[in-house]
Design a protein around this ligand. Structure first.
Ligand SMILES: Nc1ncnc2c1ncn2[C@@H]1O[C@H](COP(=O)(O)OP(=O)(O)O)[C@@H](O)[C@H]1O
Ligand SMILES: [Mg+2]
Length: 164
């Protein structure tokens, strides 16, 4: 598995600190801000991905050596496993090579977190959007729109989709 060290850190330090912060502060909302601060200790330059649209997951851009990665955090486990299931199912019946051509690689998932390859936010050409929408239709993926498509090298890929 790639980025096992980051997974260990998430499981041993980040994930447990969520409950700890909630309890010590007698609050019930998910402490995204504090998690960002903790992430910053281990991954300087961590950025919280602000997006204008209302959405489920919080997306942190972290740096591991020269690589940029996105660590996604949900409020509930299901915010994360839904995506991960979509991705693993696609890989199962399309094969990894084809699935990875359309869907951005997810390295692992654990609890409220998952680690995904970082893509650039650029305008998606209409024809490409159309192609990905068709792919989505064919494979029962919801929510194929520009906000969920990033560019990886020369390839546009879906970063977020749920199955019907
Ligand atoms: N792999 C990625 N690389 C770069 N930016 C991403 C990536 N995944 C998500 N983002 C950014 O974060 C936003 C929210 O992430 P997303 O996975 O779509 O969560 P949600 O389920 O909350 O919509 C996206 O619209 C996009 O701007
Ligand atoms: Mg989304």
């Amino acid at each position: 598995m790639k980025y096992k060290k980051i997974k260990n850190l998430v499981e041993l330090v980040i994930q447990p600190s969520i409950e700890f912060i909630k309890k010590s502060r007698k609050r019930t909302n998910t402490p995204f801000k504090e998690i960002e601060e903790i992430l910053n200790v281990f991954f300087p330059k961590t950025k919280y991905h602000e997006s204008s649209k209302g959405y489920w997951k919080h997306v942190f851009v972290i740096h591991s050596g020269k690589k940029k990665l996105v660590l996604k955090m949900g409020r509930r486990g299901k915010d994360i496993w839904k995506d991960f299931t979509t991705y693993t199912q696609l890989r199962k019946y399309l094969g990894s090579a084809k699935a990875n051509r359309y869907f951005a690689k997810i390295y692992w998932r654990s609890g409220l977190f998952m680690l995904q390859k970082y893509g650039k936010k650029v305008r998606v050409p209409i024809a490409t959007l159309q192609k990905l929408k068709e792919f989505g239709k064919e494979h029962g993926l919801k929510d194929i729109r520009e906000a969920n498509i990033m560019k990886f090298d020369n390839q546009f890929k879906i970063v977020d989709a749920e199955r019907r």
